[in-house]
Write a protein that binds this ligand. Sequence first.
Ligand code: HEC
Length: 235
Amino acid sequence: MSLRTFILGIAATFGIAWLAVVVVPFFKMRDLAPATFDEAADGQTGVFIAKRAGRVAGGAEVYAENGCYLCHTQVVRPTYAGNDLFRPDWGGNAADETRGDTRRETTPYDYEGEAFAQVGVMRLGPDLSNLAVRVPTYVAEGQTPEDWLYKHLYNPRSIPALWDSTCPSHPFLFSKRTSYGPPSDGALDVETRDGYEVVPGPDAKALVSYLLSLKKDQAVPASLNFAPKKTEGEN
Ligand code: HEC
């Protein structure tokens, strides 16, 4: 291979990636006009406004402060940049009991109302765009989604199935205090020294509230939903 072919090859490889993940998204997203539903295609009319619930703003700050975005993305990639929808429950819920398949790609509108779009830097851990859809499927008997997330946040390896998790522990978001008799409300089910208990602090509560707001399965106008048409039986 000549040097010229080699250089051209490198330029094409990185150039195409740069076009797909930087240039195209920039032009698609830099000037968002309100998206409207179309009566014929969507069966409803009006402007699309992304829904949010929970203590989103404070929790998003805790998420940013702790660098969660370094390992976790929040973008279900559009097909032109590499499809993500084949992964179970990253793009929504493949088998929602009442609504069927709610999976879709992320749209720029999904970040509306957030001070920063936490798209993420790398994907060392799973994409969290639809974390709140998945957590209820992880919980043990008698456990709430909040309990599961507090445990994961305090120390992911305290969950038996995740003994080899490489997600960092965040014990500083919790306080360890003397326990007087039975555990207090909200005390974590984790091992501590005798006579102590672990309870979530305000930052842990805001972060968990934010994590449980990460659900992007709301219907979007057909004009925004670039997801390929799914056929019967496909998962
Ligand atoms: C060094 C990289 C790294 C950082 C930083 C990181 N994580 Fe993780 N995270 C991972 C990996 C790897 C996994 C997969 C293993 C597991 O489930 O524990 C994971 C899993 C998770 C899961 C379970 C997701 C699922 O669907 O199974 C949650 C929730 C989570 N991380 C939240 C966070 C939060 C919140 C922060 C910031 C406070 C954070 N992570 C910071 C690497 C990281």
